[in-house]
Design a binder for this molecule. Sequence first.
Ligand code: GRF
Length: 198
Amino acid sequence: MIPLRLGVMVSGRGSNLAAIMKEINEGRLSATVALVVSDNPAAPALHHLAEANIPSLVIERRLFADDIAFEDTIVAAMTAHQVDLVVLAGFMRLLGPGFIEAFDGRIINIHPSLLPSFPGLRAQKQALDYGVKVTGCTVHFVNERMDAGRIIAQAVVPIQPNDDEETLSARILAEEHRLLPQVIGWINEAVQMPLSTH
Ligand code: GRF
C-alpha cells in the first residue's frame, strides 16, 4: 500500500499527533507524517519531531496581514511537502474558504464530543454541564463552519457519576488516540481501491 502523506496541524499538546506517529512506527498504519504545522511556537507537539525526522513549521497568524495570507502560506507548505490528507489534531483556528477549497474533501478533524452535540471549546465540560449520560469523540471532514463537516466515525464514552472534566477528558482522549489513526487507515484503503467500471 502506498503510504498516505499526512500534513498534521496542531496548536498545543500533540497527543493525537503522537498516537498517529506510534501507529505508523509500529507498522499498523501505512502513512507518513510529511509535515507538521503549528500556529503556536510554544506547542509541546513540536518536541521530538526533529529527532523523529519529521519536518515541522511554525506559522503564526500574527505575522500575517490577514487570514488569507496566513492560510495561503500553510497551503503552499503542504503542497510543497506533497500532502495528501490534512489532519487537524488540536488545531485551534477555524479555516477559511481558500484553505478548504485547496484541500477539498481532504481535511479531517478530531473533536471530543459526539457531534453535533457540544461543538467548540471545552466540549467535555459542556457535556458534563448538560448532564448527558454518554459522550465521546468524532472524526469528521472539515468545512468552513466549526465542527460541522460530514461525520466519518464516532466513539462513545459513558459518563460516570463521579466524573469531572479531567477524568472524562482522559477517557475520551484514549478513544481519540484509537479512532483518529483508524480513520486515516480507512481513508488510505479507500483511496487505493480500484473504482468499479460500471
Ligand atoms: C483533543 O481533545 C482534540 O479532540 C481537540 O483538541 C485536543 C487536542 O489534543 N480537537 P492533543 O493536542 O492532540 O493532545
